[in-house]
Design a protein around this ligand. Sequence first.
Ligand code: GLN
Length: 242
Amino acid sequence: MTDSALRLVWIYPDLLSTYGDRGNVLVVERRAKQRGLQVERIDVRSDQAVPTSGDIYLIGGGEDRPQRLAGERLRQDPGLGRAVENGAIVFAVCAGYQILGHEFIDDRGERTAGLGLLDVWSTRGEGKRNVGDIVAEPDPRLGVPTLTGFENHQGITHLGQGVSPLAQVSVGGGNGTGDGTEGAWRDTVFGTYLHGPIMARNPLVADLLIKLALDVSALPPADNTWYDALRAERIAAAQATA
Ligand code: GLN
């Protein structure tokens, strides 16, 4: 972060925001403001250029056709790649996660090149969609508690050597490769299959992004009572239906 306001960029609200992923923007903004930070929110529609000066970029999920269009437009725009080179943080969900990888495949079997910002690639699952509650234990290096969320995807995401799994699933499909991994991350770039939205279910993920943006190891405490109760409830519900 170079000046007083945290610049929070929401990429393509017109194409990528299923299952309440917009809530991720609201929660990151709120958690930052609760810590006394000023937030400048920049919504970038798909006919606009992605600014390179953001601190945190959020991307949501989407149906196959909007996803493909979003992937094509983002590939024509060097903005996000330049921002990552400058150390920006990117957090992408489901379709957005697949777009960050090398390629993904839509419902017609057509392949679309991704941005290559994460060393992952997505194929299409032959079986039923991964739909339902998901519970996953995050990479301990991230310092966040058990993740809960909701997934709905046909894509299967394969991880290359250049990334680590974001988490290991205890309930749900995650990356869908059968190895129990969920999501992927490297340095400041993160991808996950968790909707919910993930930040509302797991506000310490929002705090993680803010800490990375500020380059600090801790933030002033925030009240997590409601979130902790929600996590306990969702873990119990997921286990009951698993
Ligand atoms: N269209 C993608 C899939 O089905 C992503 C879906 C989503 O973002 N929920 O795999």
